[in-house]
Design a protein around this ligand. Structure first.
Ligand code: EPZ
Length: 424
């Protein structure tokens, strides 16, 4: 089998304009939400990335009609005739579990393959199951599948033990059609949840409290499709591009983002000594003088520092002055990039869920291996300034969630090449 390897020749300062794509992690639940409609939904500003195509394939296995054109998708759920999300698709993308809530609510049954663990952690779904059970569904695990049935869903109080984006979404997608009122306590406040709520409200759902940790959902009898919904920009892609620009001492205008979704990130960036200006829906990065300062971060649920920017931040800290302490509190195994960054001449030590990065003056190119989506982005960022050619193998992880990323970087002057290589 041949796989793509990315080759980056470091040393070019990024320069120019780049546009952020729509949010992958908002599009996925919105696609699942569209299953709840009586009529088709049309969703715009979607990113053309592998996870979106995987979700499209999944929806099609149910009999849903899906059409993708440019950055829009039309989803027609009116002829659904199958309620099974098969292992072959779920194993490729954990967000497949989002179909559980809508199926139980609208079709009173679902059979969804249990997602396995993944490189960044165990990734349990107990909170999804517990919440949907509270709404009255009967759920059993059979032969690796979550098998659910419900005569009728009834509004309930769901207290999430832990803040979970996925569990909040799945329970919401069930509660919107339940009879009576549901109250969610300790719900996720992530912008992707708020965007899904906005979409559901446009469908006719009655939800209060978006953007807060308490959600009140008054169930409605039916929901309609939405004709023209625009997904929010991808805050993680935006932050990745901004870090790449800062790292190379570039002069870059990053367009189409919502700066209010990245408040803590911008504070940290300022503390590190980066020079940038926040505009209405763009950010202009200017070259900073001298070396950045080491800045500690702790990943936390929104509005805290996002775990999905931890690896990229670590890449930035490799060339900062001093030691930065990076604490990962969301995913127990999200430090695989550490060993790869160390291959580029850095000294990062791991103690439990904390990494201590000892900044160096320069990085040296090396052969490295990408292990997951955000780790791939971190290695690219490091490669942009490393002396020589950095070979990043297994770069396919990046293509799950970053649209047209190689070309975006090339457009800013980065030297990026793709090579197909034989693998065993
Ligand atoms: C979403 O995953 C994102 N994925 C992740 O982004 C992101 O890292 C994560 O939220 C945190 O922000 C998508 O949106 C598709 P969680 P999700 O449920 O929903 C624990 C990327 O790179 N938990 O908020 O699966 C869990 O172990 C991906 O784009 C339970 O214990 O994350 C974790 O510690 C990677 N039981 C914490 O909650 C459950 O039933 C937060 O997870 C569910 C979660």
């Amino acid at each position: 089998m041949k796989l793509k390897t990315l080759i980056i020749t470091g040393g070019n300062k990024l320069k120019g304009k780049v546009t952020v794509s729509g949010s992958k992690n908002a599009t996925l639940p919105i696609m699942a939400a569209s299953l709840l409609g009586k009529t088709p939904s049309s969703i715009n500003n979607i990113p053309l990335v592998r996870d979106i195509y995987t979700m499209s394939s999944l929806l099609q296995t149910f009999g849903t009609k899906v059409k993708i054109k440019n950055h829009s998708i039309i989803i027609d759920p009116s002829e659904i005739n199958n309620y099974k999300a098969p292992y072959e698709i779920v194993r490729k993308m954990r967000a497949s579990i989002y179909v559980l809530g809508p199926f139980v609510a609208k079709y009173k049954r679902a059979k969804v393959s249990m997602p396995g663990g993944c490189a960044i952690g165990l990734r349990p779904i107990d909170l999804h199951i517990k919440g949907i059970k509270k709404l009255g569904a009967k759920i059993k695990m059979k032969h690796g599948y979550v098998v659910a049935e419900a005569k009728k869903l009834k509004g309930a109080k769901i207290v999430f033990d832990k803040v979970s984006l996925g569990a909040t979404i799945n329970c919401l997608l069930a509660a919107v059609l339940a009879e009576g009122t549901s109250v969610f306590i300790n719900a996720s406040k992530e912008p992707e949840v708020a965007d899904t709520i906005k979409f559901l409200k446009t469908m006719g759902a009655d939800i209060k409290g978006e953007g807060t940790s308490t959600l009140i959902i008054n169930g409605v009898r039916e929901l309609n499709g939405v004709s023209e919904y625009n997904v929010i920009p991808d805050r993680i892609e935006a932050a990745t591009l901004i870090i790449a620009a800062v790292m190379t001492k570039g002069n870059v205008l990053v367009e189409n983002l919502m700066p209010e979704h990245l408040t803590v990130f911008f504070e940290k960036l300022k503390e590190a000594g980066a020079k940038f200006k926040i505009l209405n829906n763009s950010v202009h990065v200017f070259p900073h003088k001298g070396q950045l300062q080491a800045v500690d971060i702790i990943t936390e649920p929104y509005p805290g520092f996002p775990t999905d920017i931890q690896a990229q931040w670590m890449a930035l800290m490799t060339i900062a002055k001093g030691n930065s302490v990076i604490k990962e509190t969301i995913w127990e195994n999200r430090f695989i990039h550490v060993l790869e960054l160390n291959r580029m001449g850095v000294d990062i030590k791991i103690e439990g869920n904390t990494a201590i990065v000892k900044g160096v003056n320069e990085l040296s190119a090396a052969d490295v291996m990408a292990s997951d989506l955000r780790a791939s982005a971190a290695l690219i960022i490091a490669g942009l300034i490393a002396k020589g050619d950095t070979y990043i193998r297994r770069i396919y992880h990046l293509e799950r969630g970053y649209e047209n990323f190689y070309n975006k970087l090339r457009g800013l002057g980065a030297k990026v090449k793709i090579k197909m290589e034989n693998t065993i």
